[in-house]
Design a protein around this ligand. Structure first.
Ligand code: C5P
Length: 246
């Protein structure tokens, strides 16, 4: 896999023309884009079609969370859009994840090209105090909870997780090499952290074993998007070299 296949740029804008402008400005080096709730709520399938017309890959980050029947049917519709990666919530429960995994296996068995389906573990915005309020006191850390959820995602048969860069190493250790890890919260040294709390550089995230990194504002907010992308790709290459060297 080329290093640029591991970079996903988040199109966190609320209309198609802004999204298309970003894609044009980023140029050929970016082949993977994230369509999230904001853009999808406004533009729906048109956002996916715009990217597919330009031969781009699509990470549809809808974090589906509902009863099994509803999520499974939504995944079926998402599959018809020919997307490449889709997110569902692991907190929807084992039945949801297993049902989705079965659907994907059936589609694959039928010779269809299927998206990778990954689970969101704990949202990084949830803090320990809130979790304690709803689950009660446990002696587990947030990282331990994330590992429990990641293992459940794996045993349900899904392809991987979205995780904070600080959790990559532990998830890799517990879930093995065949398990996709997608990490947002990426910032190069010397750039603004913005509202991201648990960040890592592109180099460290790739070195630690991330399969994909998701980058938004450092690229979409830049006046020279091609240059911003190139410098992130250079850092990712360094990370890959360090990974290979260990
Ligand atoms: O602009 P920035 O690089 O911070 O964007 C990161 C992307 O990753 C956003 O689309 C954001 O929704 C997503 N994300 C995140 N932190 C999480 C989960 C998703 O930043 N814990």
């Amino acid at each position: 896999m080329n290093i640029n296949e591991k970079l996903i740029i988040a199109l966190d804008v609320d209309n198609l023309s802004l999204a298309e402008e970003i894609v044009n400005d980023c140029g050929e080096n970016v082949i993977f884009y994230k369509v999230g709730l904001q853009l999808f709520t406004r533009e729906g399938i048109k956002a996916v079609e715009m990217l597919k017309k330009k031969n781009k890959k699509v990470f549809l980050d809808l974090k589906l969370h509902d009863i099994p029947n509803t999520v499974i049917n939504a995944v079926k519709v998402a599959y018809e859009m020919n997307i490449d990666i889709l997110t569902i919530h692991s907190m929807g429960g084992f039945g949801v994840m297993e049902g989705v995994a079965k659907l994907i296996w059936q589609l694959k068995d039928g010779g269809n090209q299927v998206p990778a389906v990954v689970g969101v573990t704990l949202l990084t915005s949830l803090d320990g105090a809130f979790l304690e309020d709803i689950i009660g006191t446990t002696n587990r850390t947030i990282e331990e909870e994330v590992i429990i959820l990641a293992k459940a995602v794996k045993s349900a048969g899904l392809d991987g997780v979205v995780a904070s860069p600080k959790e990559i190493v532990a998830i890799r250790e517990n879930c093995g090499n065949d398990f996709l890890i997608i990490t947002p919260g990426i910032r190069s040294i010397g750039t603004e952290q913005q509202d991201q709390a648990r960040i890592a550089t592109p180099k460290d995230a790739i070195r630690d074993g991330a399969d994909y990194i998701v980058v938004g504002r450092p690229v979409t907010g830049s006046d020279n998007k091609k240059k911003a992308v190139q410098s992130i790709l250079n850092e990712m290459k360094e990370g890959m070299n360090e990974r290979k060297a260990t």
